[in-house]
Design a protein around this ligand. Structure first.
Ligand code: PLP
Length: 412
């Protein structure tokens, strides 16, 4: 591949146009990415970056993975879009594979995480309205959660900063503190139709839902005939070292939502559930024009095969341990973090002392040294590297990160 290296003035020009023409809802770094390979990316000025963010847990096999590119090309030359008035082979085969690898018996394909959660919420409410009293509409969610940006999923998201200015929100959501059994004991009632939870909160700061807490939720949901919904949109698909995060627990959810890494870098979401809950839907009750697109599903099948391999899942555990150990070492040197937490390759480092509230500047300094990291709010550095990141890529990324940390000069 010949690498075009346009002048910086072209970069400046494009960034200025991005700032002028986009709805101002993002604040992207001021460079233009041009291409990637494995866990490396390059910008249009030829600068190289180690990717420790994977497009926010989407490019879980890095960039241009040969098996995903082959699946994309093969399906791209056959059939792109057909709508859900017709069947296509990639979507049916993907549904079969997801069912065979999980607790589920049925799959609905959407285009994003928010849409997958919307569908899950609709199943829970429809099931309640079909089987129970009219007022069984409430859904319990947790402080620090993130479930999407549509009005209903932002209403489910128990973080005021995402809701501000968008009232009236969708009613019926009740918020509890994560891992607080008493709070849920107080909040749950015959009116509860579902409990929606991320086994590991991503946007909220890599907060782990305790095993005993999840077991307690399962027991309460059974007692109150409410559905337990796991949002594995960020923490699922191999990110923790098992294909699904719930596999680390003894708890089986009634519904699980997936997106992000599911499409191998292309937009695809899914709702997985059992026949019992799926059966409340009949034709016309729900749908999506693009959901189950043959190209997305063909690439998703290729991604699923590689993600669910022993090699990839072992790599997640190995590199996750290295990442945490190196962050601990850096912490000894710079005294930056009050806690380093996570599982596999979903890791968060909470800032303390003079670093408090400085995640955006630290993130920027890392980019300047050629390593892409993420933040979760202003106080947590978040790391979601590709699951197949190599020793060399991870080591280079960590060296660049340490270089960035050495330049930081915040006052207490
Ligand atoms: N749920 C979780 C746990 C997420 O992390 C996200 C996105 O960050 C979503 C839902 C929403 O997904 P999307 O942005 O694809 O709508």
């Amino acid at each position: 591949m010949s690498l075009e290296t346009p002048s910086s003035s072209m970069t400046h020009d494009l960034v200025a146009k991005g700032e002028k023409y986009y709805l101002p809802v993002y604040s992207p770094q001021k460079f233009i990415l041009s291409h990637g390979r494995g866990s490396r990316l390059w910008d249009t000025d030829g600068r190289e970056y180690i990717d420790m963010s994977a497009g926010i847990s989407v490019n879980s096999l890095g960039h241009q993975h040969p098996e995903l590119v082959a699946a994309f090309k093969e399906q791209g030359e056959k059939l792109w879009h057909i709508s859900n008035l017709y069947y296509s082979e990639p979507a049916i085969r993907l549904a079969e594979e997801l069912v065979s690898l999980s607790f589920a018996e049925r799959v609905f394909f959407a285009n994003s995480g928010a849409e997958a959660n919307e569908a899950a919420i609709k199943i829970a409410r429809k099931y309640a309205s079909a089987h129970f009293a009219e007022d069984k509409r409430e859904i319990i969610t947790f402080q620090g959660s993130f479930h999407g940006r549509t009005i209903t999923t932002v209403s489910a998201t128990a973080q005021p900063k995402y809701q501000k200015g968008f009232a009236p929100l969708t009613g019926g959501f009740v918020y509890c503190n994560l891992n607080d059994r008493n709070a849920v004991d107080q909040a749950i009632s015959e009116k509860t139709c579902a409990v929606l939870i991320e086994p590991i909160q991503g946007e909220g700061g890599i907060n782990i839902s305790d095993l005993q807490f999840l077991e307690h939720l399962r027991q309460l949901c059974d007692q109150y005939k409410a559905l337990l919904i796991f949002d594995e949109i960020q923490c699922g698909m191999g990110r923790t070292g098992k294909l699904f995060a719930y596999e680390w627990t003894t708890v089986i959810p009634d519904i699980m939502t997936l997106a992000k890494a599911l499409g191998g870098g292309l937009p695809l979401g899914a709702v997985l559930t059992t026949n019992q809950f799926a059966s409340v839907f009949s034709p016309g009750d729900h749908g999506s024009t693009f959901g189950g697109n043959p190209v997305m599903c063909a690439v998703a099948r290729a991604a699923l095969k590689v993600i669910n391999s022993r090699e990839t899942l072992k790599n997640v555990e190995k590199q996750g341990a290295t990442l945490k150990a190196r962050l601990q070492e850096m912490n000894k040197k710079y005294d930056m973090f009050s806690e380093i937490r996570g599982q596999g390759l979903i890791v968060g480092a909470e800032l303390k002392g003079r670093f408090l509230n400085h995640a955006p500047e630290i993130n920027h300094a890392c980019h300047q040294q050629g390593v892409m990291i993420l933040q979760a709010g202003k106080n947590v550095l978040r790391f979601l590297p590709p699951l197949n990141i190599s020793d060399e890529e991870l080591n280079t990324g960590l060296e660049r990160m340490e270089q960035a940390f050495s330049t930081l000069n915040f006052q207490e």
